[in-house]
Write a protein that binds this ligand. Structure first.
Ligand code: AHG
Ligand code: MN
Ligand code: MN
Length: 342
C-alpha cells in the first residue's frame, strides 16, 4: 500500500505554491524533526533525567514552568533558529521575540512549545501548536508589522499531539492533513488525508469549574446545551481533557464545540492568540469549521501584543454559530442587563 511521508506531502503542497523556493519545505522538515525529539522525550520521560520535575521557574504567563515546557521550547528554538528559514521566533515561553541575525530566512515562526502543561506528569496527551507567517516589512529589521499580523495572514499552521500515538496535523491553506509517527521507522506517514470537521457535533468542551466566574450569556449557553431536547440533538455530552491540543484534535475528528470563554478571573480569556487561537482557527476553517471570540472571527483579528489572550469558541460550523447566536441573543434580550441592574 502506497505510504506518503510528511516530507513528500509537504513537497507536493509546495509545488502547488507558485514561486515556492523549497525554504518552506525545509522549515516544515525541521519542525517535524523537533516534534520527533519531543515525542521521544515524552514517551521515555522519567527513564532518563527527570523531565517531569518542576524547574521552579515562573514563565511570562505567570505559570510554573515544568522541565518539559523548557525542553520543548529550547528544542524547537535551537532547531528552527538554525534552519536558515526564519527571521524571528515567538514562543509562549518567552517574553520577547527571538530575532535571528545569523542567516535569517523569510518566515516568522510562532509556537506553544508544550500545550497542556498541567497534564505533563499524569500521562495525558499534550502537544505543540505552531503558526508560520511570511516576513512583511521591507529591509532586514524584524518589526511589529512582522510579529503582529492578522490571523488570516498565516501561510501555515499545525499541531503535534504526543499521545497514545504521535500525530502531526497541518494546513498550508490546501485542506488539513494528519500524519501518524511510525516509531519503528521514525517517520510520519499520511493517516488522515483531507480532514473535514462534521458540520455539527454532539459534545461541548469547556472547564465548567469556571461557571461561577462566567457572565449570564455564557451560563445560558451551557445550560442550553445541557437541556434534554433530543429533537435538537441535546443534551450534548461534556468532554474536557484540559490540553487544548487534545480537546481540539477530538473536536476536529468528531465535531462539537470547544469553548474557553472570558470570565472574571481571565477578563480577556485564557488562551493566546498567536500560539493557540490563530493556528487552530486556520486549521478548523480549512476543515470547514469556525473559530471566533464568541462574536469576532479569529482570523480577522490583528493582535496588539505577541502574548495577547482572547476568548475562544472553536469547532463545528453549526455549533459555533449556535454559540454566537445565543450569546448575542441573551445580551440583546436584556436578560443580562436586567440581571446586572438587579
Ligand atoms: P499551556 O499548557 O500551553 O499553558 O496551555 C494550557 C491551556 C490549554 O492547553 C487548555 O485548554 C487550558 O489551558 C486548560 O485551562 P484550565 O486548566 O483553566 O481549564
Ligand atoms: Mn497552550
Ligand atoms: Mn504551553
Amino acid at each position: 500500500m502506497e505510504r506518503t511521508t510528511l516530507v513528500q506531502h509537504i513537497r507536493q503542497q509546495e509545488k502547488a505554491n507558485p514561486g515556492a523556493t523549497g525554504e518552506f519545505t525545509s522549515l516544515m522538515n525541521e519542525i517535524m524533526v523537533a516534534g520527533k525529539i519531543i515525542s521521544l522525550e515524552v514517551n521515555s520521560a522519567g527513564i532518563g533525567e527527570d523531565v517531569f520535575g518542576l524547574t521552579g521557574k515562573i514563565n511570562v504567563q505567570g505559570e510554573e514552568v515544568k522541565k518539559l515546557d523548557e525542553f520543548s521550547d529550547l528544542t524547537f528554538t535551537k532547531i528552527i533558529g538554525q534552519s536558515g528559514t526564519v527571521c524571528a521566533i515567538t514562543s509562549e515561553e518567552r517574553e520577547e521575540a527571538l530575532i535571528i541575525e545569523d542567516n535569517p530566512g523569510k518566515y516568522i515562526f510562532m509556537m506553544d512549545p508544550l500545550d497542556g502543561s498541567s497534564n505533563i506528569d499524569v500521562n495525558v496527551s499534550i502537544g505543540t501548536i505552531f503558526s508560520i507567517y511570511r516576513k512583511k516589512s521591507l529591509g532586514n529589521k524584524v518589526t511589529d508589522e512582522d510579529l503582529l499580523q492578522k490571523g488570516g495572514e498565516q501561510i501555515a499552521a499545525g499541531y503535534i499531539v504526543y499521545g497514545s500515538s504521535t500525530i502531526f496535523v497541518y494546513t498550508t491553506g490546501q485542506g488539513v492533513h494528519g500524519f501518524t509517527l511510525d516509531p519503528a521507522l521514525g517517520e510520519f506517514f499520511l493517516s488522515h488525508p483531507d480532514l473535514v470537521i462534521p458540520e455539527q457535533g454532539s459534545t461541548y468542551s469547556t472547564n465548567e469549574g469556571n461557571w461561577g466566574n462566567w457572565d449570564e450569556p455564557q451560563k445560558d449557553l451551557v445550560a442550553y446545551l445541557k437541556e434534554d431536547a433530543p429533537a435538537t440533538g441535546r443534551p450534548y455530552k461534556l468532554r474536557y481533557i484540559g490540553s487544548l491540543v487534545a480537546d481540539f484534535h477530538r473536536t476536529l475528528l468528531k465535531g462539537g464545540l470547544f469553548m474557553y470563554p472570558k470570565d472574571t478571573k481571565s477578563p480577556n480569556g485564557k488562551l493566546r492568540f498567536s500560539f493557540e487561537a490563530a493556528p487552530l482557527a486556520f486549521i478548523v476553517e480549512q476543515a470547514g469549521g469556525k473559530a471566533s471570540t464568541g462574536s469576532q472571527r479569529i482570523l480577522d483579528i490583528t493582535p496588539s501584543g505577541i502574548h495577547d489572550r482572547l476568548p475562544l469558541f472553536i469547532g463545528s460550523k453549526k455549533d459555533v454559530e449556535l454559540a454566537e447566536e445565543r450569546l448575542a441573543a441573551t445580551v440583546k434580550k436584556g436578560g443580562w442587563f436586567k440581571w446586572l441592574s438587579g
